[in-house]
Design a protein around this ligand. Structure first.
Ligand code: FEO
Length: 168
């Protein structure tokens, strides 16, 4: 495997791991605040990101690359509002999308069509996750600071997430 591509895939392993830990911290914050629906949503997002990370680890190994399990930056663990929580979610997904686009660009530059092909799964996944984060943040922006709105959002978030997945 081209050394530059191997480095980028190792970076991507870190970003997916970082997202997994960040969403775990967000789930835990929501759990402690009594937002059980939001907590379930982020526990599940955290698991998904772990799957994204492991898929990359296995792929690099299959290609006889060298995987470096990364040290992670500290996750953000305190939030003032639900809006801030979901702004962090959207920002994190936008960052991951940017990094994936960069990997794709470099794959084409180095003519590594195998990795390019593998990364297409991540392109699709990011499209879905970014759309989901935007939809949920839009709903929260409509709700504003209304407490009963937050109650309903927490009650319905997993149904909203499931119906969004069905339309994609
Ligand atoms: Fe796997 Fe949503 O980043």
């Amino acid at each position: 495997m081209n050394a530059a591509i191997e480095k980028l895939l190792n970076n991507q392993i870190k970003y997916e791991a970082q997202a997994s830990m960040q969403y775990l911290a967000m789930a835990s914050w929501a759990d402690a605040k009594g937002y059980n629906g939001v907590a379930d949503f982020f526990y599940s997002q955290s698991e998904e990101e772990r799957v994204h990370m492991t898929k990359l680890v296995k792929f690099v190994n299959e290609r006889s690359g060298h995987v470096i399990i990364p040290e992670l930056d500290k996750s953000k663990h305190d939030f003032n509002t639900l809006n801030e929580l979901f702004e962090t979610f959207l920002k994190s997904e936008m960052f991951v999308t940017e990094q994936i686009n960069h990997v794709i660009y470099e794959c084409l530059k180095h003519k590594d069509y195998n990795v390019h092909n593998f990364m297409q799964w991540y392109v699709t996944e990011q499209l879905e996750e970014e759309a989901m984060a935007r939809t949920l943040l839009d709903k929260l922006n409509i709700i504003g600071t209304d407490k009963s709105g937050h109650y309903l959002f927490d009650r319905d978030i997993n149904a909203i997430a499931a119906s969004q997945n069905k339309t994609q």
